[in-house]
Design a protein around this ligand. Structure first.
Ligand SMILES: Nc1ncnc2c1ncn2[C@@H]1O[C@H](COP(=O)(O)OP(=O)(O)OP(=O)(O)O)[C@@H](O)[C@H]1O
Ligand SMILES: [Mg+2]
Length: 148
C-alpha cells in the first residue's frame, strides 16, 4: 500500500501522469471515493500522458468512453449509476478487461468480478479543501514490487 498526498488538482494530475507511465494494455484500475473526490481529474492526467487529453469528456451518462491512438486504447468507465454487477455483465463489461487499459470510477461496485490483477486507488479527503490523499493498493501478483 502506498499513500500519496496531492495538494491540489494540478498535483493530482501530475501524479496521474507519472502513474500512467507505468501502465499498458490489460491493466485494470479502480478509482474509488466520494463525489468530487478527484477521480475524473485523475483520469484526465492519465489521458494527458498518452496524448489523448483533447478528447476528454465525462462518461457520466454513457457508462464508458473510449480513447484510442497508436499507443493505447483506453476505456474509461463511470459505474456510479450501475444497478448491480449483473448490469455490468449484461453489457459485456468483462470483455473490456483485456482490450486495452480499463479505468473504472466507482469500480468497487464490480470488485467481485474483476481480474486477479488490478490496482485500486482510494481518494480520501485531506486537511484542506484542495488536498486529497490517494491510497494505492495492488491485487494479484502483476504489480508486486512496483512503486507508483
Ligand atoms: N487535490 C485535488 N485533486 C483533484 N481534484 C481536486 C483537488 N482539489 C480540488 N479538486 C476539485 O475537486 C473536483 C474533483 O472533481 P472530479 O470530477 O474529478 O471528481 P470525481 O471523483 O470524478 O466525482 P464523481 O464521483 O462525481 O465523478 C474538481 O472540481 C477539482 O477542481
Ligand atoms: Mg467523475
Amino acid at each position: 500500500m502506498q499513500e500519496i498526498m496531492c495538494e491540489n488538482e494540478l498535483n493530482t494530475k501530475l501524479f496521474a501522469k507519472n502513474f500512467a507511465s507505468k501502465l499498458s494494455k490489460g491493466d485494470v484500475i479502480v478509482l474509488t471515493g466520494d463525489l468530487g473526490a478527484g477521480k475524473t481529474k485523475f483520469v484526465e492526467g492519465v489521458l494527458e500522458y498518452f496524448g489523448l487529453q483533447e478528447e476528454i469528456s465525462s462518461p457520466t451518462f454513457t457508462i464508458v468512453n473510449e480513447y484510442h491512438n497508436e499507443k493505447i486504447d483506453i476505456y474509461h468507465f463511470d459505474l456510479y449509476r450501475l444497478k448491480d454487477v449483473y448490469e455490468f455483465e449484461n453489457i459485456g463489461g468483462e470483455e473490456y478487461f483485456n482490450r486495452g487499459l480499463c479505468i473504472f470510477e466507482w469500480g468497487e461496485l464490480i470488485e467481485d468480478i474483476l481480474p486477479n490483477d488490478y490496482i485500486k486507488i482510494t481518494f480520501d479527503k485531506g486537511n484542506t479543501d484542495d488536498e486529497r490523499k490517494l491510497i494505492i493498493e495492488t491485487f494479484g501478483t502483476k504489480y508486486e514490487g512496483i512503486t507508483f
